[in-house]
Design a protein around this ligand. Structure first.
Ligand SMILES: Cc1cc2nc3c(=O)[nH]c(=O)nc-3n(C[C@H](O)[C@H](O)[C@H](O)COP(=O)(O)O)c2cc1C
Length: 183
């Protein structure tokens, strides 16, 4: 069995998304003892309605988040804000609190991205997620940093490795804390 689980959530639903390219790059860097999965249900989630009946797609999201020792969000900015599909997914977790105290890495990879990055940090604070300082990365001009469907810019490659190292460290700490609580 793998030691820890990290769930990646990509905020773009585009087939040729730069953010998917970034996450694919990270997936290749992940050590073999770590289970790194990419959530694929973002576009199938119903719109948040605070219903007391949990739709199956929402339960699946909550289950995947609960099972993860760390979460990595990688997203563009749309219209100076957080993509609606990603915000919708996060809204579904407010009452169920899967992100409470959970380590989260935030990568905003966009043309600019400053506003969505800042807004997401507020949302993650509202969800009581733990976002370590070195697990936050804003990559502006993302498309210029890609070539032939790969991340091609040396500074970006270094920064991505550093964020991945941070979320793995935080996820291991989280798992160790969880295990010690059960002793
Ligand atoms: C409707 C729309 C609105 C956008 N608004 C912004 C924006 O406000 N800020 C920004 O940095 N990029 C904006 N962009 C550009 C995206 O950052 C860029 O398309 C990025 O590559 C999208 O991420 P993806 O390749 O992972 O889909 C916008 C793109 C679209 C399609």
């Amino acid at each position: 069995m793998k030691e820890i689980k990290i769930l990646a959530i990509v905020g773009s639903l585009r087939a040729t998304s730069s953010n998917h390219i970034v996450v694919k790059h990270l997936a290749r860097l992940v050590p073999s003892d770590i289970d790194f999965q990419v959530y694929d249900g973002l576009g199938k989630l119903p719109l948040f309605d605070d219903s007391e009946i949990t739709p199956p797609a929402v339960q699946d999201l909550r289950d995947q988040l609960k099972a993860a020792d760390g979460v990595l969000i990688c997203t563009p900015e749309y219209a100076f804000g957080v993509p609606g599909a990603l915000k919708n997914a996060l809204d579904w977790t407010v009452s169920s609190a899967e992100l409470m105290n959970k380590p989260v890495a935030l990568i905003t990879a966009s043309t600019g991205g400053e506003k969505a990055h800042a807004a997401l940090l507020y949302t993650l604070e509202a969800l009581s997620a733990r976002v370590a300082d070195d697990a936050r990365l804003l990559i502006s001009f993302i498309r210029a940093r890609l070539k032939n469907g790969e991340v091609a810019d040396a500074d970006t490659l270094r920064a991505l490795t550093s964020v991945l190292t941070a979320i793995i460290r935080e996820a291991k700490l989280y798992k160790a804390e969880a295990l010690s609580l059960h002793d």
